[in-house]
Design a protein around this ligand. Structure first.
Ligand code: ADP
Length: 592
């Protein structure tokens, strides 16, 4: 902020320094220039009037001098009064035009025309288009009217009969022209410097946008590296825990293992939430279209959550509408599970006694579509109606003491809302403090008549996978051990390599029924290795069935565009692995 102007300020540059806008500066300059020239003209009128004993001219000069000096003072001291000043000056000018034509000279002379031009330009330059037009008309009309009334289409351009003694009159005429030229020049200068300023601003903006872009890219790269680093050991913990649980541990050990599994899953869900939020916002990913049995899928997903609820002595009720029992839908199971997991985890977290329920109601069932309402009901602390909208915002919790007591990041519901928008749905809430909460949403699913058999458990697997030739490319040592153990549980003895280059070489020298390829590997990553395998001259080798190992839902699109046939989520779950091996076996028998 610049300092306030002193009353005794006579410096134009000090006045201009208080105004940041270029156009406003130009306006002040124009008015000031007109005033300075007017003062000069008044002095000339006084001087030449006195010398030639033209007392009327001299008196007019003195009055004009006083008025112009006061106006100049006002503009230098209070530039914010610029508009008012402009109106006063223009009105004075109009008075000169009207009186010149109709009172003094009864003709149109050069000075009148000069005033007319000055009014037109000061109207537009200082007061804008509306006043510009109004004042222009007010200045032009008397001139036109006079020529029409006098029945004379030619306008006489003469000097006034009682003109100021020469050369005073000629000097004033010249000064008027100089004023007109100067005003145009000043406004044009402001216009040009404004354009230059805009260009410089644009350039700065462009630089800032580029910088922000680079920052966003490095943030996203950082997040994906971090996600990989965090998920890799976590996936091993989850996988090994599953293997241990499969080994029929003692009851006491089983409980500990379940706690270990739950905590690892919670941590994984948190990492996924953090990373997903960034990705969903930036990429607006498409949902997967996978056929699956809805009721069965929900039952499976709830198994872990039920254990979690029971650990807190809470009842867990799952009720699925009878009409949904044998329905196969085409949807995105991973995203659906993320919604359910986040909502039920919250319900468990914010409930100290009572129960948690998940209800699936069939709202409408058509031939190829089913509308399902999901409700997650708890008997927990509830949420004040005032906070109902807020809690769906990023990093927002109902009350600050909640963070202290229950922890949490304020991400879960924001993610739920975001994912539901991918399903063209939205979440609703019924809740008040002390009377529990009900979160509900409705999704329209496309249905498919294809009957999908109920999956047998790993133990029930009958397909013999022992003949399958599988290649696994995985750089992380722990993951290699884990996947080897998981595969050997299903009677598969894979060939294991450590990077994409080795995977490519293995494919070059032998035939495989399938390659399980990690995406992030040193030397040659999964995507590049797949491209190289696809380019092999042997058509059978080039068409090798390749699955990507992925830890992120958001990588699906990329995987599809990079020549992979399928993908398998980490942490690898034995049932999913078995399913993929079934597909590979089916593919193999088709090929033979
Ligand atoms: P977080 O649970 O990590 O804090 P969420 O986005 O999942 O973040 O939830 C935001 C807030 O909404 C929570 O902090 C809590 O105040 C409130 N909330 C969510 N679910 C429930 C629930 N079932 N009962 C009571 N309050 C809830």
């Amino acid at each position: 902020m610049s300092e306030p102007l002193s009353f005794f300020n006579w410096s134009l540059s000090k006045t201009l320094a208080t105004e940041p806008d270029n156009f406003a500066k130009a306006r002040i300059r124009i008015i000031y220039t007109i005033l300075v020239f007017s003062v000069l003209k008044a002095l000339i009128a006084i001087g030449f009037g006195a010398a030639a004993a033209q007392w009327l001219q001299m008196t007019r000069g003195i009055i004009a001098l006083i008025i112009y000096l006061i106006l100049a003072k006002v503009i230098l001291y209070r530039p914010s009064r610029l508009m008012l000043l402009a109106h006063i000056m223009i009105l004075t000018g109009l008075l000169v035009i009207w009186t010149n034509i109709y009172v003094y000279s009864h003709q149109i002379n050069l000075v009148t025309l000069q005033f007319m031009f000055m009014i037109v330009l000061s109207g537009f330059y200082t007061l804008g288009s509306t006043f510009g037009i109004i004042y222009s008309l007010a200045a032009i009309v008397p001139v036109l009217l006079f020529s029409v009334l006098n029945n004379n289409p030619n306008i006489y351009i003469t000097a006034m009969p009682q003109q100021l003694a020469s050369p005073g009159f000629e000097i004033i005429l010249t000064l008027n022209f100089v004023t007109i030229i100067l005003a145009h020049y000043l406004f044009f200068k402001a216009f040009k410097s404004n354009i230059k300023e805009k260009e410089a601003l644009n350039h700065q903006l462009q630089l800032a946008a580029e910088e922000a872009n680079e920052l966003a890219i490095s943030k996203s790269n950082f997040l994906s590296t971090m996600s990989h680093e965090l998920r890799t050991p976590l996936n091993s913990v989850i996988g090994i825990t599953e293997l241990l649980l499969e080994d029929k541990p003692e009851e006491r050990q089983k409980e500990n293992l379940e706690i270990l599994q739950l905590s690892a899953l919670d941590l994984l869900s948190l990492i996924n939430n953090v990373l997903d939020f960034n990705k969903i916002d930036a990429d607006k990913p498409k949902l997967e279209a996978i056929p699956f049995n809805l009721a069965e899928f929900i039952q499976n997903r709830c198994a872990v959550l039920k254990i979690k609820a029971n650990d807190k002595q809470l009842d867990f009720n799952l009720s699925i509408d009878k009409r949904l029992e044998n329905i196969n839908i085409i949807s995105d199971p991973t995203r659906l599970s993320q919604i359910i997991y986040n909502l039920i985890s919250n319900a468990i977290k914010f409930t100290d006694k009572g129960s948690i329920s998940l209800k699936l109601d069939c709202i409408e069932k058509k031939e190829q579509e089913v509308i399902v309402q999901f409700s997650v009901v708890d008997t927990g602390i509830g949420i004040h109606p005032e906070r109902h909208e807020k809690i769906f915002e990023l990093f927002t919790q109902a009350e600050s003491h909640i963070t202290r007591k229950y922890g949490g990041t304020g991400l879960g519901l924001a993610i739920v809302k975001q994912i539901l928008s991918l399903f063209n749905s939205s979440i609703h809430l019924n809740s008040s403090p002390g009377s529990g909460s009900t979160f509900f949403f409705t999704i329209n699913f496309a249905t498919t008549p294809t009957m999908i058999e109920t999956k047998p458990t790993v133990a029930e697997t009958q397909t013999d996978f022992s003949k399958l030739k599988i290649l696994v490319a995985e750089d992380n040592e722990v993951n290699r051990i884990l996947v080897k153990k998981q595969m050997s549980r299903l009677n598969v003895e894979p060939v294991i390599v450590e990077n994409g280059e080795q995977a490519y070489e293995a494919c070059l020298s032998g035939y495989y029924d399938a390659v399980f390829m990690d995406l992030h590997m040193p030397i040659l990553d999964g995507v590049e290795a797949t491209k190289k395998i696809r380019a092999l001259p042997d058509p059978v080798k080039a068409k090798t069935y390749i699955l990507a190992f992925t830890a992120s839902v958001t990588e699906q699109e990329k995987i599809k565009n990079c020549g992979f046939d399928d993908f398998l989520y980490k942490p690898i779950n034995l049932n999913n692995l078995r399913e993929k091996l079934e597909n590979i076996t089916a593919n193999r028998s088709l090929a033979q």
